[in-house]
Design a protein around this ligand. Sequence first.
Ligand SMILES: Cc1ncc(COP(=O)(O)O)c(C=O)c1O
Length: 419
Amino acid sequence: MLALFPETARIENGELTVGGIAATELAERFGTPLVVYCERSLRERARLFRAAAPEALVVYGTKAFANMALLRLLAEEGVGADVSTLGELAYARAAGIEGERILFHGNNKSDEELRAAAELGALVVLDALDEPERAASVGVRRALVRVTPGVEAETHEAIRTGHRGSKFGLDADDAPEAIRRARAAGIEVEGLHVHVGSQLADTRAHLQAVELLADFAARAREELGWAAAVVDVGGGFGIRYVLDEPEPPLAELVREIAEAVRQAWARRGLPEPRLILEPGRSLVGAAACTLYTVGASKQAGDRRYVAIDGGMSDNPRPQLYGARYAALLANRANEEPAEEPFTIAGKHCESGDVLIESVSLPVPRRGDLLAVPATGAYTLGMASTYNGVPRPAAVLVLDGEARTILRRETVADLLAREV
Ligand SMILES: Cc1ncc(COP(=O)(O)O)c(C=O)c1O
């Protein structure tokens, strides 16, 4: 089970510790629900990407969790930011990331967003045929063109993005026109972008997309006299959420894709492009776990419910994608599990507010601490205040020290927006 937790997680005297601090101490000091990020795991993941693709620009898919402390820490490891809204751009900017290391995405960028990206000198990823002129008119000078490769990645359909009919990017038939328009408008089109989907366990979809992109690049050179100097293959590398899933061999996947790009370009006689990678989940997902306090328990039909003090407001992934999670009792981590499994329910007014359908645990008691691993990506970043529940805090732990990187929202914060 510890294999799913951040690198520094241990069981000491029957208790879960992360970053050298007992989960019970973290819960006492910071309250629950609490998302605990491990600094060592974050740095290790960033270094893994940098080592596997030393020539590539690695940018963090900020949507996984927009947080200044995380962006700063990743920037210290040489990682930039992929943003897709004015808000995410503001996080990257506040974290001190320079425009050269920022990519601006979005299938519906506002003029304000394009202008802000231009002012910072960010690389704008063009996503629609009318965007080049709009971008040029507010000062955008550097861009990539996002191509929809028509690849069906093997993942939940809600996080598939490179298939035919996707709302993202331009079909290969339309993309040349976007390149032509952008260049005519005075934008330097540095290269091509593709993102096939998220939570991918292998490189099949990436490799297919690379071949299609290389074909496209070869045609574009012939027909437009334009060469892609940059190839951005997006993010999408998966992580392990439960023990019956294999751990995606991240370094291997990254090396394989970098090599595939080199070879695909070389085979077509194209000059080697600069690679950009946009990992989100694989940088921060496995670096965190969430601590919840156990409340009510009840038997309902053949289910044994255990309710926690959070749920779909701090982690909507089970409802969005049928995501699965594991858990352990952080304060009684060595105790034998009960014979029958438990269903972990949230506290929200929806029957579907179930965090884990079935998990084996020692019989949980009110006040116990439930620790759920692999909650660093697309959880707090997607959090809501449903049922008037304020959003949780996040802390960063290292060598026995913990610091708040996102303060807990309060009911007063919620009321402050009311008029
Ligand atoms: C364009 C783009 N890049 C990068 C990412 C990050 O993906 P992941 O978290 O799967 O690595 C996403 C996620 O949706 C994306 O849309």
